[in-house]
Write a protein that binds this ligand. Structure first.
Ligand code: GDP
Ligand code: IMO
Ligand code: MG
Length: 427
């Protein structure tokens, strides 16, 4: 049985947690392959609501093994508080596996994230302040600390020293902060070693052996396509690859094993933090989307910026991820509008442009070209099949499908597990 990737097709918060949880009951492994606790995935099971940041959403499905792959950055303090929070609510977390090659978010990475953002002032990225960017920077600079380093005190000390050498210069001379002592960091990190040990393993071997044994492996992306460090709206992006290729590098599973790539797509658009957003609304429609859609960040509590659906972005997501399917979420939020604008192209310097421009300055002043689609007023939260939807809601879905370049195989009509219309099976 094959591997599937489930990822965000926009700027994150599309409903990946809910979609993963929905499939979690039928898959053997759910793997996070990039990002860290910058993610905020909300899963609603019955009357219980869970907010997961670092753990794969599959942790809520009893038969499923959750895996933190080598591409993820792990803050051990967050990991343990998330695990104990779930344990207190009766969730069994003992099956969790963590790659020994995953990088650790150290306390100094969190400090650097915060001070650099403050230093950027008006030009800031609006990061989640969780140390994500600096940890990936250390990884690429080859001064990162990996999970396996916690099991050799001498190597750990040398590595922390090497990482802090340059950082302390920067912290004290540029940012006017106190230097961070190697010994203190090493002590804190060693304090996690025994508690982490039962989870740490060679996840590359585990996942490839599982696939050889016909097990089903689901990769759960954090963030979204437009936040990808290579394919997103750089520099207003996260520091990893949420796009489909990241599932391979971030887990050690080869691309030939992946048979399905599912893009999670919100029926409108949201974004958190700074950066261009052509369909952003600053009027009461934007306010209404935020209110009805509950568009407030799970991780930072920031209001999400809201706008209409952007088909140019959806087409781009289909292309860079090789999407085979879409899972359209939050269709219910659009109930009540008489007409719903959908962005079908951009106008850039007086010219109509159908595809996402590669030039950052073009994208920054792209104006949306809207097509108006008729809305519906009926409550759709109880819809179980496509034909239960009002005709105009059906037409909206079909129009989005045609514009976006891949079949819409499921539709979310509410936050709950069962508030989903399945059109084509994913498994
Ligand atoms: P993620 O980061 O992609 O996992 O998404 P978030 O959890 O940050 O944000 C999505 C929000 O929408 C969560 O509060 C979900 O419970 C909620 N949600 C997901 N799907 C639907 C849906 O189809 N309808 C509604 N009304 N809410 C949904
Ligand atoms: P999920 O998985 C939405 C955004 C931040 C900021 C940029 C860089 O819930 O969809 P970072 O802390 O990653 O260096 O911040 O990326 N960002 C997200 N926006 N959803 C997320 O995750 C995000 N994770 C990071 O707001 O603009
Ligand atoms: Mg989120």
């Amino acid at each position: 049985m094959p591997a599937l990737v489930l990822l965000g097709a926009q700027w994150g918060d599309e409903g990946k947690g809910k979609a993963t949880d929905l499939l979690g009951g039928s898959v053997d492994y759910v793997v996070r392959y990039q990002g860290g606790n910058n993610a905020g995935h909300t899963v609603v099971v019955g009357d219980q609501k869970y907010a997961l940041h670092l753990l794969p959403s599959g942790i809520l499905s009893p038969g499923c093994t959750p895996v933190i792959g080598n591409g993820v950055v792990v803050d051990p303090s967050v990991l343990f508080s998330e695990l104990s929070g779930l344990n207190e609510r009766g969730v069994d977390t003992s099956k969790l596996l963590i790659s020994g090659n995953a990088h650790i978010i150290t306390p100094y990475n969190v400090t650097v994230d915060k001070v650099t953002e403050r230093f950027l002032g008006k030009r800031k990225i609006g990061t989640t302040g969780r140390g994500i960017g600096p940890t990936y920077a250390d990884k690429i600079n080859r001064v990162g600390i990996r999970v396996q380093d916690l099991y050799d005190e001498s190597i750990l000390t040398q590595k922390v020293e090497a990482a802090l050498d340059a950082k302390n210069q920067m912290l004290t001379k540029l940012y006017n902060r106190r230097a961070i002592a190697t010994g203190q960091v090493v002590e804190e990190l060693l304090g996690y070693a025994d508690k982490l040990a039962p989870y740490v393993t060679d996840t590359v071997l585990v996942l490839n052996q599982a696939l050889e044994q016909d097990k089903v492996v689901l990769f759960e992306g954090g963030q979204g396509t437009l936040l990808d460090i290579d394919h997103g709206t750089y520099p207003f992006v996260t520091s990893s690859n949420p796009t489909a290729g990241g599932a391979c590098t971030g887990s050690g599973v080869g691309p030939t094993k992946i048979s399905r790539v599912i893009g999670i797509l919100k029926a409108y658009t949201t974004r958190v933090g700074a950066g261009p957003f052509p369909t952003e609304l600053f009027d009461e429609d934007g306010e209404a989307l935020r209110r009805i859609g509950g568009e407030r960040g799970v991780t930072t509590g920031r209001d999400r910026r809201c706008g209409w659906f952007d088909a140019v972005i959806a087409r781009y997501a289909t292309r860079v991820n090789g999407l085979t399917d879409f899972f359209l979420t939050k269709l219910d939020v659009l109930t009540g509008w008489e007409q719903i604008p959908v962005c079908v192209a951009y106008e850039i310097d007086g010219k109509r442009v159908e595809e996402l421009p590669y030039s950052q300055s073009d994208f920054h002043h792209a104006k949306p070209v809207y097509e108006m689609l008729p809305g519906w007023s009926e409550d759709i939260t109880g819809a179980k099949s496509f034909s239960d939807l009002p005709k105009n809601a059906q037409a909206y879905v079909k129009a989005l499908e045609e514009m976006s370049g891949a079949p819409i195989s499921a539709i979310g009509v509410g936050p709950g597990r069962d508030e989903t219309i399945e059109i084509n099976s994913f498994l």
